[in-house]
Design a protein around this ligand. Structure first.
Ligand SMILES: [Zn+2]
Length: 60
């Protein structure tokens, strides 16, 4: 079996068992609010954040 394919399969198995690798992504609205309404806008920045799995794209 191809080592690369096996590696991919292992990662997908981790996702399938609910062990996702989440990354944070800030929304553009949150970033703009944070700059315009600093420092209160920082609340918007942390509210407008999306967590997504880097492997399968599933949202948390
Ligand atoms: Zn995943």
């Amino acid at each position: 079996m191809d080592a690369g394919k096996e590696y991919q399969a292992n990662l997908m198995n981790m996702c399938a068992s609910g062990n996702h690798d989440y990354t944070k992504k800030y929304g553009i609205c949150g970033i703009i609010c944070a700059i315009v309404l600093f420092p209160c806008g920082l609340i918007c920045l942390f509210t407008d954040v999306e967590k997504r799995c880097v492997r399968c794209g599933a949202k948390s």
